[in-house]
Design a protein around this ligand. Sequence first.
Ligand SMILES: Cc1cc2nc3c(=O)[nH]c(=O)nc-3n(C[C@H](O)[C@H](O)[C@H](O)COP(=O)(O)O)c2cc1C
Length: 366
Amino acid sequence: MLYKFLKPAAFHLDSEQAHNLAISGLERSGQCRASRAVIASLYGLEDPSLAQTLWGLSFPNPLGMAAGFDKNARVIPALAALGFGFVEIGTVTPRPQPGNPRPRIFRLPDDQAIINRMGFPNEGADAVAVRLARLDKRPGKPAIPLGINLGKNKDTSLEDAAQDYIAAFEKLFPYGDYCVINVSSPNTPGLRLLQGADYLGALMAQVQVANQRLAAQYRRQPLPCLLKIAPDLAAEDLEAIGALALGASIDGLIATNTTLGRDGLVCAVNEAGGLSGAPLRTRSTEVIRTLYRIVGKQVPIVGVGGIGNGQDAYDKLRAGASLVQVYTAFIYQGPVIARDIKAQLLQLLRRDGFENVAAAVGVDVY
Ligand SMILES: Cc1cc2nc3c(=O)[nH]c(=O)nc-3n(C[C@H](O)[C@H](O)[C@H](O)COP(=O)(O)O)c2cc1C
């Protein structure tokens, strides 16, 4: 309700200014136990049939906040109170970097879409580790899984990229429940070349060696290491990635990041960057379906791209995603989105006679 009144004002601001204001507001409200409880009472909705265990982690529901929204890990408690079943922070690079010049986020309201060319602005792995360490010590630490999305700095060459992912991983390992190797942002020059099967195999193998070493150092299990891919990959690339994932080094796949495509847009916004939101929905679901045909349930898939309601989330689950994430629709619909999507998803599961979320995963594929 409040968002209905605030949204017109927020949409008059520059997109990034509006985002920063939202992050500050969520950060403040997430710091106080009473306000978290109020938010949870307004927006919370849990049901045992939405819960799942994947990689040994308990997800209270399948809807997560996608990477890029909380780049510096400032609003995890607020997002948990809003009813998200998991949160992925980042992309975090080893060293802080400012990202591309502003403006770099563009709204396309008639398309329910966004174009961004942020270029991984973030405070760097050291600063994010300090914030996560503080959160770890707080009594109100959210009980939902936390994903750590990792990237390389812009000025690191592609040959040295693995060192960057590992450097950031080393700093953030103690605080994450899963990690994501992001090779699919269109806004870091050359990054997507890392999706080539040869390079990817070597990169993921090196990440897993670091994972084993860190697990021994911190006396805990290695983290599940997921790979986040672009929607613009050709069928052969998806085949190669799927095959690689069936080997030992990829524990999960996140499909997809933003697209360089511009098909079907109503708004005449001619900006460079990655397109997200409704126009991405069909393609990302196709990518999920293609991957699921290859990896089945052996390698869990996180579906993301254009989800705006329960039906969209349900379609991705039925195409093979075990979990789903949103970002762009949160900008357009506001904080009520997690509750609404979960309520609609529950209705759809019941309508079709599925006992729980897991039972619906991949049913459209075979
Ligand atoms: C402004 C903006 C910034 C983003 N930053 C990141 C990022 O840092 N790392 C990443 O892996 N994905 C990033 N994404 C991509 C989202 O995580 C997601 O994959 C994509 O937007 C598709 O989901 P959506 O249609 O629900 O937005 C960003 C998206 C947007 C709109």
